[in-house]
Design a protein around this ligand. Structure first.
Ligand SMILES: Cc1cc2nc3c(=O)[nH]c(=O)nc-3n(C[C@H](O)[C@H](O)[C@H](O)COP(=O)(O)O)c2cc1C
Length: 209
């Protein structure tokens, strides 16, 4: 399978990036094809008003690297793993900008809108977090956002790896060993049991085996 791991902290050797690299290693161990990118390498601008910004042929006029990453790495991927530090109880602005900028291409006014929409549907989605604080609600809004993104794109939200740390590399010292969890998450990413039932979803009474 193809996976796209997106690291969104400005600290390349920081905690969320360490976890993202560990997910990448796990995916590779299981034989998957992995693309890895740092948002700062390709996003230079926020979303603009499409009505004023779009070119006459419907193309996005924002001139940075988003387009090529979106078409060449994100859309073809079967799995998407977003890594972010928790900033102000949410995602980094970099990661939010990534989600926002997809609008330029799935909007009906883009000539490849139908193809793009199709490519955005049905992925497996994972979330990698690092934060200083430990209380469970610290991640509530970002987890909820990515879960809704997954629902909206008819994707499967596979789960979350969350490491605790503040200084660069702190996650290595987290006694719950999120670095190992991230590696395991990567290894199992395409096979991990992930469910979101409705009352009438057919299923057996047992979860395992
Ligand atoms: C702008 C900013 C906002 C932050 N907000 C929070 C927060 O709301 N809760 C928290 O637990 N940590 C917060 N932190 C700490 C980071 O989440 C923490 O240091 C994290 O490990 C950084 O990840 P990184 O090394 O990948 O950049 C914040 C840090 C910064 C720079």
């Amino acid at each position: 399978m193809k996976a796209f791991v997106l690291s969104s902290s400005p600290r390349r050797n920081g905690n969320s990036s360490i976890l993202a690299q560990s997910v990448r290693e796990g995916l590779e161990e299981s034989g998957h094809e992995v693309e890895f990118a740092y948002v700062d390498d390709f996003i230079r601008f926020f979303l603009r008003d499409c009505r004023e910004c779009r070119k006459p042929d419907g193309e996005c006029a924002i001139d940075d690297g988003f387009r090529s990453v979106f078409f060449e790495r994100y859309l073809p991927a079967d799995g998407f793993i977003a890594a972010t530090p928790i900033y102000w109880y949410g995602a980094s602005a970099q990661l939010k900008a990534f989600f926002d900028r997809t609008f330029c291409y799935y909007a009906a006014s883009h000539p490849r809108s139908a193809e793009v929409t199709g490519g955005m549907l049905g992925k497996r989605v994972g979330l990698v977090l690092s934060s200083e604080e430990t209380f469970p609600q610290v991640s509530a809004s970002i987890v909820s956002q990515v879960q809704e993104f997954s629902r909206y794109t008819r994707s499967t939200f596979v789960g979350v790896v969350h490491g605790i740390g503040n200084a660069r590399g702190d996650v290595y010292k987290d006694p719950l060993d999120p670095v190992a969890s991230a590696r395991r998450f990567g290894r199992d990413f395409f096979t991990r049991h992930a469910t979101d039932y409705q009352l009438d979803t057919p299923r057996s009474g047992r979860v395992w085996g």
